[in-house]
Ligand binder design. Structure first.
Ligand code: AMP
Length: 475
């Protein structure tokens, strides 16, 4: 029987390499991208690491190189944000191109330029590079892009988050206008959409965010809070002994720093990682988290993508993500390798539409967690908005105790507001640091019943956290 890769229009030498790799069928992103890309079309693909995206861009490019006239010089540029990704893409290029006679070189920062220069002297047809080192070499006249006919921008959103976007634009300015562009990004926030619009001509759009809605073994819930209740509630929750290792997600880098400082002030060591942090700071934070020295990590979405740490018992969505798919990526940090985990999302009034988007993606409503809310200037805002989830009628929720407590326990003057008394820092018993309720198991179980557990799904349908590319920016 012919290989399904042959049916995508690939040359036999490339199909043979996929057979060597024991790929029995293309992944969804490959199925959609390859037939368009082999014909030279531009592509905008929304796909995260782990979906088979590398083969989705490497295979059709190799096909085009091998089908066209043999020309000298650099024909392909693959731009990727980290050293690790660059090395891994290079390794894939070698594997998929093993029956073709093309040369490739890989260049990234943080190491001596010498060997990379030597590799470039071999006149490779393909170059895999991180933006900073590539610009250096371009400025020195060592790399010329004027013959590039196929350009891949990999992990565009991460480039943006790591502050590489200006370098990326400079590189793009040096590319010939006549070229094929394959644009890959796990998420497509507005600046990425704008960049894509300037780069791509009549692109084929592909989105393969896993359809799967819940990570197996992750118990999810939402807490309705006001903005100013979030930090205190988080402190309270982090104080629980069941929280062995937690990642707290914020929407912005600034928000991550602010929260990290606040937690540290109350005795919870919680370093932040995001694109503005130096390589050293990121590595230090991750090493501490991995080793168990620090129990809590505050992270932005994209910075967290490379985190591959087992034993994360809790994911807290301090802010809901703008892009609902990010929710699935975030909660995939816990409940890994058969373990169970908890994902608790804080949702304030302004975030209601975001919750609606998430629930639409999940095709279910998140159970509402019944927590004793801390003192706040505003009453808790616990009524679930009717329109948040449109596919099913809203279930009847019991009146929220959280809401009650938010109103009844507004601290009087002089009363000790729990936000100043984080239980762990103060050595208080779990659940006791809150004037509103004494039930420590209050956030032990969501009210809407047991979490769904997905059946066994093919690997590319599972929301798989990035195993790779967790490296540091190379610029
Ligand atoms: P990527 O998303 O490119 O990081 O790929 C993730 C992993 O999937 C890599 O280890 C690939 O070797 C593997 N892979 C890519 N395509 C396929 C396929 N069609 N079948 C099985 N594994 C694949």
């Amino acid at each position: 029987m012919a290989s399904p890769f042959a049916a995508l229009g690939l040359l036999p030498a490339i199909v043979r390499a996929t057979l060597d790799e024991q790929y029995s069928e293309p992944t969804p992103v490959q199925r959609e991208v390859i037939p368009a890309a082999v014909t030279g079309r531009d592509v905008l693909a929304c796909a995260q690491t782990g979906t088979g995206k590398t083969a989705a861009f490497v295979l059709p490019i190799l096909h085009q190189l091998a089908s066209g006239p043999r020309t000298q010089g650099l024909r392909v540029l693959i731009l990727t944000p980290t050293r690790e990704l660059a090395a891994q893409i290079a390794e894939r290029v070698a594997a998929y191109g093993r029956y073709l006679r093309f040369r490739h070189a890989v260049i990234y920062g943080g190491v001596s330029q010498f060997r990379q220069e030597t590799a470039l002297q071999q006149r490779p047809e393909l170059l895999i590079a991180t933006p900073g080192r590539l610009l250096d070499l371009m400025n020195q006249g060592i790399v010329k892009l004027d013959q590039v006919a196929h350009f891949v921008l990999d992990e565009a959103d991460r480039m943006l988050d790591m502050g590489f976007i200006h370098d990326v634009r400079r590189v793009i300015a040096a590319l010939p206008k006549q070229r094929q562009t394959l644009f890959f990004s796990a998420t497509v926030p507005r600046p990425i959409e704008t960049l894509a619009a300037t780069l791509l001509v009549d692109p084929v759009r592909v989105s393969v965010t896993p359809k799967i809605t819940t990570a197996e073994g992750v118990e999810q819930s939402v807490v309705f809070v006001t903005k100013d209740q979030k930090s205190s509630l988080l402190e309270q929750m982090l104080a629980k002994t069941e929280v062995e290792r937690a990642i707290v997600f914020t929407r912005t880098k600034h928000g991550a720093d602010r929260l990290s400082r606040r937690l540290e002030r109350v005795g919870i060591d919680a370093p932040a990682i995001h694109g503005n942090k130096s390589q050293n700071a990121r590595e230090r934070a991750l090493a501490g988290f991995r080793s168990g020295k620090t129990r809590v990590l505050v992270a932005t979405d994209i910075a967290a993508r490379g985190i591959d740490v087992d034993g994360v018992s809790h994911v807290f969505n301090f802010d809901l993500p703008n892009v609902p798919e990010s929710y699935v990526h975030r909660i995939g940090r816990t409940g890994r390798a058969g373990a169970t985990g908890r994902a608790i999302s804080f949702c304030d009034r302004e975030e209601r539409p975001l919750l609606g988007d998430i629930e639409r993606l999940l095709k279910r409503r998140l159970p509402v967690l019944d927590v004793p809310l801390l003192a706040s200037s505003e009453p808790a805002d616990t009524a679930r908005p009717g329109g948040a989830f449109v596919d099913r009628p809203a279930p009847q929720h019991a009146p929220s105790r959280a809401g009650d407590s938010g109103q009844r326990h507004t601290p009087r003057q002089g009363e000790h507001a729990p936000r100043h008394a984080p239980a762990r820092a103060a050595g208080a018993a779990p659940g006791r640091n809150d004037g509103a309720s004494t039930r420590s198991e209050d956030f032990a179980r969501p009210r809407d019943g047991a979490p769904p557990r997905g059946g066994k799904l093919p690997w590319w349908r599972r929301p798989r956290p990035a195993r790779r590319g967790g490296g540091t920016p190379q610029n």
